[in-house]
Design a binder for this molecule. Structure first.
Ligand code: PLP
Length: 413
């Protein structure tokens, strides 16, 4: 394991004793393209923009920085709807006997389908974005949602889910404990649990969620190629339970094969379960418990999704754990454009990759990390800004009051 300063630590895949296994599930461009065709049946569907930031690239001394802006997804301010909507549709399609390739928003909303299904209650646990996505999807398809949230959830995130017509309960537990509360509710009251992590006997829905999330990368590789970047050199994937990163890494590995980008998984220091699992080096996922007080609420999960773990273990290269200051500095950099770059609104869980590469550039104590990552003048960086300002008050304070300064930012003031 390598360690530099408390803001950034990393462990490398190549130190890992187990040879990479082939992908355990299908994230091929053909399969994910079919998932995307389902998303296209929603009137709100548009690919989110892949934004070029040449000013930031010049500052970093790399050839290109490409940021996929998921704040623009379906007016929902994060990518999460791609997973929840597809999982709910697959579930309903199976009940109705509709083939996955024939699923569409219209088909699931036909009067005969609605009569046959009645009102289904979808139950989930969330730190915000996933619950909003499930509530939105349930409402759009004429069903009901009951959503559990961990203690400390901010009011704005609760309100966004209630706005979609869902019943919301804030629990006493952390994210992983809240999942157990949601399961217990479902066992008592019935309904269908739509969770973004797998457990014994529960794998289909989490897989469909991951395949739904992989549409982000399906769009991104197409957009990058159209912009002349056939092979991005680096990809950065932030992880909570790892369903997003697992789906994205699966698509990258399937699509690019041996020429896949050098892939980094990024987690908050307090919730770095992939970092800990790779560092343990025994091939197994390792859970982290207790308080996870990171500002990166979407990433504050301590238990790796068992479906995502083997994908990220074997198809990524570097595992970072970063302090809140790294995420906050990335939020500020995206809000205050370099040169002619457009400004982007990136929330706490969205900006760690930009904060990371900026710290590697501007803080000399990270020179060795930058070397290990292999950034150079030919590098093309693919980054996903996974949410907008999902906690608008906190977002404004991070930008205006410069909360959580990174060491390199503080040194410049
Ligand atoms: C904005 C944002 N980015 C990334 C993630 C991480 O996704 P996962 O939990 O699948 O790792 C989340 C999860 O809620 C999120 O809300």
């Amino acid at each position: 394991m390598q360690s530099t300063a408390v803001e950034i630590e990393f462990v490398e895949r190549k130190r890992y004793p187990v040879a990479p296994q082939p992908l355990s599930h299908d994230f091929s461009a053909a399969t994910i393209g079919a998932v995307r065709r389902f998303h296209q049946t929603f009137r709100q569907y548009q690919p989110t923009p892949l934004v070029a930031l040449p000013g930031l690239a010049a500052e970093l001394g790399v050839a290109g920085v490409w940021v996929k802006d998921e704040s623009r997804r379906f007016d929902l301010n994060s990518f999460k709807v791609l997973g929840g909507s597809y999982a709910i549709a697959r579930y309903l399609g199976d009940v109705l006997g509709i083939k996955p390739s024939e699923l569409s928003f219209t088909r699931l909303n036909e009067p005969a389908a609605r009569r046959a299904l009645g009102t289904v209650t979808f139950v989930t646990a969330t730190d915000g974005n996933h619950g909003r996505a499930v509530a939105w999807s349930a409402r759009e398809l004429g069903h009901r949602a009951v959503v559990f949230m961990p203690r400390g959830t901010v009011a704005a995130r609760v309100a966004n889910i209630e706005k979609e017509g869902a019943e919301v309960h804030v629990t006493d537990g952390n994210y992983d404990e809240t999942i157990r509360t949601a399961r217990a509710y479902m066992e008592r009251h019935g309904g269908v649990i739509v969770q973004d992590t797998a457990w014994e006997g529960y794998r289909d829905i989490p897989l469909w969620i991951m395949q739904g999330y992989a549409v982000v990368m399906h769009e991104a590789v197409e957009q990058a190629a159209a912009a002349g970047v056939e092979f991005p050199s680096h990809a950065f994937l932030q992880a909570g339970v790892g369903s997003f990163a697992g789906g994205a890494a699966g698509l990258l590995a399937s699509h690019y094969g041996e020429r896949r980008p050098r892939t980094s998984v990024i987690e908050p220091t307090e919730a770095a379960c992939y970092y800990a699992s790779v560092a343990a080096g025994d091939g197994e996922p390792h859970d982290i418990g207790g308080e996870m007080p990171s500002i990166m609420a979407g990433l504050a999960c301590g238990e790796p999704n068992r479906l995502a773990w083997p994908i990220l273990r074997d198809h990524a290269d570097l595992y970072f754990r970063v302090a809140d200051s790294i995420a906050a500095s990335g939020m500020r950099a995206l809000a205050a454009p370099r040169a002619a770059d457009p400004a982007l609104v990136a929330g706490e869980s969205a900006a760690a990759a930009v904060g990371l590469v900026l710290a590697l550039e501007h803080d000399r104590s990270y020179a060795a990390v930058r070397g290990t990552l292999g950034l150079g003048t030919d590098s093309q960086l693919l980054i996903v800004s996974t949410e907008g300002d999902t906690d608008p008050d906190h977002y404004r304070r991070v930008i205006d009051e410069r909360l959580y300064p990174a060491a390199w930012e503080a040194a410049r003031r």
